[in-house]
Design a protein around this ligand. Sequence first.
Ligand code: FAD
Length: 271
Amino acid sequence: AQRVPLSGLGPEEMVATEPALSAAVKNGLFAGGVWGKADESGDARVFTQRLVDTFAHARFVCHHNMPVTQIIRKDSKVRGVMSAERCFEADAVIVAAGVKSRDLLAPLGVKLPIYGVKGYSITVPLDKGAPAPEISLTDLKNRLVVSRLGARLRVAGFAEIGARPDIALARVAAMRARVGELFPDLPLPDNVSPWVGFRPMTPDGAPLIGPVPNVAGLYVNSGHGPLGWTFSHGAAQIVADLASGITPALDIEGLSVTRAMARMFSGRGAA
Ligand SMILES: Cc1cc2nc3c(=O)[nH]c(=O)nc-3n(C[C@H](O)[C@H](O)[C@H](O)COP(=O)(O)OP(=O)(O)OC[C@H]3O[C@@H](n4cnc5c(N)ncnc54)[C@H](O)[C@@H]3O)c2cc1C
């Protein structure tokens, strides 16, 4: 594991590091901050699209709009997956379906403790020279993260338990108001493109990465909660190593499916 370098910043240092915070600091919203110099942000959608383009060749085929309806198991070994249209034979299957991973594995008697926790985002289009931050910010008091994605400012936050995908306008208004406080000189359009998504959370907060017990060739890579984009590369490396018979560089005992299920059934996690 690598240590992440962090430095404490006073108000002046905050403004020197991120000039877009000058009004917020002047208005007394912050007494100081913590700066992770090595912190980076990126556009997960663009990354994923480029990844698919990079691997677009005869041996890599991406099937869109074809949900898996069933995982096929025979004699304690995975044999492939079914969709409504066809069957895919395989000697290794990795379940990475976010909150839906639980539904896919339930028919095999595997009850994954993954629960959807709803989060919101709004997106503000930025004109050239707009007084928006360049570095990624976390407003800890309000539990909001603010990231610049090229010519857009993405603001995300809130954690609601429950599976309804509706957008509560009061939440959107609260986020919009806080952006106005943080960056009072930034023009905010009426439509800030509100969105909701579900973080696949586990009761102990650690993801589920590793083999599924009693089904050879079946793996899970899910339950990454609020940090699935951050963890994606490392988690994919681990599960690819496992499926290839390579011992992962990281000790994955604390991420195992069995640890999570044991906690669930011993009453130490959510039921
Ligand atoms: C508002 C908000 C802000 C966030 N901000 C950050 C952040 O700043 N940094 C960060 O690291 N993380 C962030 N996250 C968390 C991150 O989005 C999740 O951890 C991540 O998306 C989980 O990735 P996943 O691939 O496991 O699941 P998902 O992203 O949910 O993807 C699962 C995929 O599986 C597909 N699927 C489901 N069922 C089936 C099926 N039967 N057959 C085939 N496909 C299926 C779905 O269509 C979907 O494409 C945020 C989440 C929210 C809600």
